[in-house]
Every structure is written in structure tokens, then in C-alpha cells.
Ligand binder design. Structure first.
Ligand SMILES: [Zn+2]
Ligand SMILES: [Zn+2]
Length: 289
């Protein structure tokens, strides 16, 4: 089974297993990283793990983060951060230096990176690496290889079970939350004073809660055509899709008064036709709340 899990689901998963008193396994975390899209998401993911006091090794973070870094400055700032904090474990440094060489733009830069590495007691094959500068292709190849290895690992096969278990957990968690309670969580998420790190986590968390709220309000009935959801999902919940009335891509907000639950047909219709009457109708749905 092909699984895609986005960061908002991953964050919810970490919360749900924590409620059960469990910790994620390193294999699971690896697989979650596989589903992420960029290094900002990796950072948010890692901060979430820390928030839960799960403590995967720093090398894990580094190994995963590096797959997503395609920016030279970003690579340098990560390297400096790591050089400043990890004095005893030099092994991961090699990856950083070589990654930096792949991203740098001239032979001179490559040579100075090699010199810097030597100052840290790391000897890289100069002939080999000095010819590798500016090879984003090599980074892409490494990323492809990493993905390939992930997809062909036992962890990948096992992950579909973990994901199934998560979907069941998620379904019963939201089934048990009353409309009021769900709303109060969303309001609470909104009002908390937060720093940049927790705000990022919160943004992803809200996505899930707001979607679930829209579905709870709809009670299995499409909010455009007023018909029942066309089928039940594997957990027995009516299948409706959540639509943002003012598109997120056009500055609409992830807020409870900007979402409705629609049957897949109406969802297509709304996007295809962008009909004024449809728009007014779904807008009325939310102002009733
Ligand atoms: Zn409909
Ligand atoms: Zn939509």
C-alpha cells in the first residue's frame, strides 16, 4: 500500500502515541522524515519530537536534515551550529563538509572547505572532492538513493501497519471529541502565546483540527448539495472533503469559519465553476456557526 503522510498527520501521530504513553521507534521516525517535503518541515518535525522529550540521536537529525538542504548558506549555518554543539562526535561533520563542497561554486571555495575540514582533523580525499564543487546533481542522486533505500526497506513495509493503526487512533480520537471540545481546542491553539518554534508546530496541528471540525459540523452531509456522503471510509466515517472557502493560496486562513465539508463531486464543482451562488451558499453555512 502506498502511504503519504503529511507533517500535520505526523504531528498528530506523535501526540496520540504520547497520550498512550508510548514513544516512536527510530525506524518510524525515519519513515516520517521520508514523507516530509523540505528542511523547514524537518526542523518543525524535530522540534516536535523534542517537545515530547523523545530523544533521537543528533546524528539522526543531521542525517535527515542534510537530505533536504540545497542552499549553501543554510548548509553553512547548520554546520556552524553543529560545530558549536557537538565537540566530541566528529563523524557527522564529514557529511556536512562534503555537502558544503557539493553546494559551493568554485574550486577555491572547495579548497578552503577542505582546509577547514583538515583543521578539524578530518581528512577528505582532496583530488576527489575538489572536482565535485557545484554538483547539485550529486545531492539529488544521494536523495534519490536515500528514497529508494527507504522504499525498499522492511521499515517501509511495516510502516503501512503503523499508519493503519494511526488512522484508527485518529478516527476514534476525533469521534470521541465533542463539537464543543474540538472547538475549544482550536480556540486554545489560537490564543496561546508562542515562540517561533511552537508556532510552526501549531500551524500544522491546527490544519488537522480544523479539518476535523468542518467534518464534525457537517455530520456526514455535503454542505453544498445537502446529500449524504457518497461512501464511508475504512473507519466507517462518512467521506467528505474539506474545502477552504477563501483559498489558502489566495490568502484565505485556516480558520473554522473558512472551511466546509463537501462531497467529492461538489468539491470538484466548486473548483471548476467558481460559481457565485455556490460560494454564497457555503459561506452561509459557516456564518450559521
Ligand atoms: Zn455535494
Ligand atoms: Zn477545495
Amino acid at each position: 500500500m502506498h502511504i503519504t503522510m503529511d507533517l500535520s498527520e505526523i504531528i498528530l501521530y506523535l501526540d496520540l502515541i504520547k497520550r498512550k504513553g508510548n514513544q516512536p521507534l527510530i525506524d518510524e521516525l525515519d519513515m516520517m522524515v521520508y514523507h516530509l517535503g523540505n528542511h523547514d518541515q524537518v526542523k518543525t518535525f524535530y522540534n516536535k519530537i523534542k517537545e515530547h522529550e523523545f530523544r533521537p540521536p543528533f546524528a539522526f537529525y543531521l542525517k535527515t536534515l542534510i537530505h533536504f538542504i540545497e542552499d549553501y548558506e543554510e548548509c553553512i549555518s547548520l554546520k556552524n551550529k553543529i560545530l558549536a554543539t557537538q565537540r566530541n562526535n566528529r563523524r557527522p561533520f564529514i557529511k556536512l563538509f562534503t555537502h558544503q563542497i557539493l553546494l559551493c561554486k568554485s574550486e577555491e571555495e572547495a579548497l578552503s572547505i577542505l582546509q577547514e575540514a583538515r583543521n578539524y582533523g578530518l581528512n577528505l580525499d582532496e583530488k576527489f572532492w575538489v572536482s565535485k564543487f557545484d554538483s547539485l546533481e550529486d545531492i539529488k542522486k544521494k536523495q534519490e538513493k536515500w528514497k529508494y533505500e527507504m522504499e525498499n526497506s522492511d521499515a517501509y513495509d511495516n510502516f503501512s501497519n503503523i499508519y493503519e493503526a494511526f488512522v484508527t487512533m485518529k478516527s476514534s480520537y476525533f469521534k470521541d471529541l465533542s463539537e464543543e471540545h474540538l472547538k475549544s481546542i482550536i480556540v486554545e491553539q489560537q490564543s496561546q502565546e508562542r515562540n517561533v518554534v511552537t508556532r510552526q508546530i501549531n500551524t500544522f496541528m491546527r490544519k488537522t483540527y480544523i479539518k476535523e471540525y468542518a467534518k464534525k459540523i457537517a455530520q456526514g452531509i455535503c454542505q453544498l448539495c445537502d446529500k449524504e456522503a457518497p461512501f464511508l471510509d475504512r473507519q466507517g466515517n462518512p467521506f467528505l472533503e474539506v474545502h477552504h472557502i477563501n483559498y489558502l493560496s489566495k490568502g484565505g486562513e485556516d480558520e473554522i469559519d473558512n472551511v466546509v465539508a463537501l462531497c467529492p463531486n461538489c468539491h470538484r464543482r466548486i473548483h471548476m465553476l467558481e460559481d457565485e451562488e455556490d460560494f454564497k451558499k457555503i459561506l452561509r453555512r459557516t456564518s450559521v456557526i
